[in-house]
Design a protein around this ligand. Structure first.
Ligand code: SAH
Length: 267
């Protein structure tokens, strides 16, 4: 029977395609897409890899249909198809890797997870070198994580002087979280703390803004934006946001109002 020969030999790859530009997709991700018989993903991400799609069967699933996507992917792979599930950035960072493994449950089946360049990393490169020391990533979306949990993590990052990248910072329906996040960071960092906003990183409409904790909310921030809040040592020089590589020669006094920035933020 046609197609039956491959029963039991299906493959399931969860593929991180990077932030947008195909040049930032790894060769391994590209191979997985070329090798696949079936490609499953959100429209936006499938559009990003359009030129790699040839005769593969494509399932474009709308946003929020995550469970359906996972179920379809697992069923097709178990039925013997070579399936690639497409995830933006890295699939293990608010992506499809977790949901796919959860959906697979106890079944014995090898899933290949292919890492990708996550938004914080491409945004950081556009800004200069803001993640040079310890940093954290927090999603402000409370759809899957309760707000009190997110708030506690924001407080810990703020008090711990971590450079902090915010994903899912603000949507049409969710405007308050980013305001609260700024208030939390202002408890431990001065208003002049550098903040970088990168919208549509590595896509045609990329926008990069250097601002400060005080002024960041004056700029448009949406679900295509990654926000990077500097730590007590981060400074802006020219077009670059820089966190010093080491603290050895500096006295670090976070939690106290005695921060010294190399340069005042101008925007
Ligand atoms: N798995 C993805 C993140 C998914 S969460 C990754 O590793 O990058 C979605 C959030 O990621 C967005 O709301 C935005 O904050 C950030 N993001 C993803 N792609 C981006 C891009 N090209 N430019 C800026 N931010 C991006």
């Amino acid at each position: 029977m046609p197609g039956n020969h491959s029963v039991g030999h299906g493959e399931l790859a969860v593929v991180g395609i990077g932030p947008g530009n195909l040049e930032l997709m790894t060769p391994r991700a590209r191979l997985a897409i070329e090798r696949a018989e079936v490609i499953i993903g959100y429209n936006t991400y499938l559009d990003q890899i359009e030129e790699l799609i040839e005769d593969q069967e494509v399932h474009r699933l709308p946003m929020r249909k995550e469970k359906e996507r996972c179920r379809l992917a697992v069923e097709l792979a178990l039925a013997g198809k070579k399936v690639a599930v497409i995830s933006g950035g890295d699939p293990g960072i608010y992506g499809m890797a977790g949901p796919i493994l959860e959906m697979l449950g106890e079944r014995e089946f090898t899933v290949v997870i292919i890492p990708g360049v996550t938004a914080a990393v491409s945004a950081a490169a556009a800004l200069g070198a803001p993640l040079m020391n310890d940093f954290a990533v927090i999603s402000l979306s409370d759809l899957l994580t309760p707000w009190p949990v997110i708030e506690r993590r924001l407080q810990a990052c703020s008090a711990g002087d971590l450079v902090t990248a915010l994903y899912n910072p603000q949507s049409k329906k969710r405007g308050e979280q980013i305001v609260k996040a700024v208030q939390i960071f202002l408890k431990h960092r001065p208003e002049t703390t550098p903040v970088g906003l990168v919208r549509n990183s590595e896509r045609a409409a990329e926008e990069v803004i250097l601002t400060s904790l005080k002024k960041m909310l004056e700029h448009p921030i949406d679900m295509f934006t990654t926000v990077i809040i500097g730590n007590s040592q981060t400074f802006i020089r020219g077009r670059h946001m820089i966190t010093p590589r080491g603290y050895r020669s500096r006295s670090v006094k976070f939690n106290a109002p005695t921060f010294k920035l190399k340069k005042e933020v101008t925007s």
